[in-house]
Design a protein around this ligand. Structure first.
Ligand SMILES: Nc1ncnc2c1ncn2[C@@H]1O[C@H](COP(=O)(O)OP(=O)(O)OP(=O)(O)O)[C@@H](O)[C@H]1O
Ligand SMILES: O=C(O)C1=C[C@@H](O)[C@@H](O)[C@H](O)C1
Ligand SMILES: [Mg+2]
Length: 173
């Protein structure tokens, strides 16, 4: 079966929903950020600070293009993946892309609740206002890319609802 790519802002629920979706479909689950961290033996923050963002974006592209199509995988992409290189076209060509579109206020709340701070583009040591302003600006810049997804989900959704959307888009046996 075709791979499923979950895209969206940090904290939009790609990993949480992705794991449940994979379990329901009997697909394997892969988190691109985790895969890159394992392969590089560094956290995403360390990769950014040591080699810079451009290097990280190259790693993301290589990782994305390294997945074989039709491998029955649910892939939680990094938040920036659709916005660089030909990544969005690649996902559309090689699987089903799903945009998890979550309200900015909800994104900000989730981000503050999450433990730790390993997302270099969303620095929780800044004031809450500054973080929200960054999220808003980033979201607006990314929306034209995210919107190209095959399926868009607005707000919260259950796995069963998501399964229905996927089956309606392309029948899953
Ligand atoms: N539908 C939901 N309602 C409320 N909270 C949620 C929902 N989905 C996820 N969360 C919470 O939001 C936080 C972020 O979720 P998750 O890690 O799945 O997002 P992500 O898109 O994978 O983020 P990242 O890009 O940082 O990896 C977690 O604390 C998770 O428990
Ligand atoms: O939104 C982004 O650009 C990022 C999101 C994370 O998933 C990581 O891929 C990294 O922190 C960059
Ligand atoms: Mg995640």
């Amino acid at each position: 079966m075709k791979n499923i790519y979950l895209i969206g802002m940090p904290s939009s629920g790609k990993s949480t929903l992705g794991k449940e979706l994979a379990r329901s479909l009997g697909f394997s689950f892969t988190d691109m950020d985790k895969l890159i961290e394992t392969r590089e033996q560094k956290t995403i923050s360390e990769i950014f600070s040591t080699y810079g963002e451009a290097h990280f974006r190259e790693l993301e592209r290589k990782t994305l293009h390294g997945f074989q199509p039709d491998q029955s995988m649910v892939i939680a992409t990094g938040g920036g993946v659709p916005c660089f290189f030909d990544n969005m076209d690649y996902m559309k060509k090689n699987g089903i892309s799903i945009f998890l579109n979550v309200e900015l206020d909800d994104l900000a709340k989730r981000l503050y609740k999450a433990q730790g701070n390993n997302r270099p583009l969303l620095d929780k040591s800044q004031s809450e206002e500054a973080v929200i302003a960054t999220i808003k600006k980033t979201f607006e810049e990314r929306l034209p890319f995210y919107k190209q997804a095959d399926i868009q989900v607005d707000g919260e959704i259950s796995v069963n609802q998501l399964l229905w959307l996927i089956e309606s888009y392309v029948p899953v046996q």
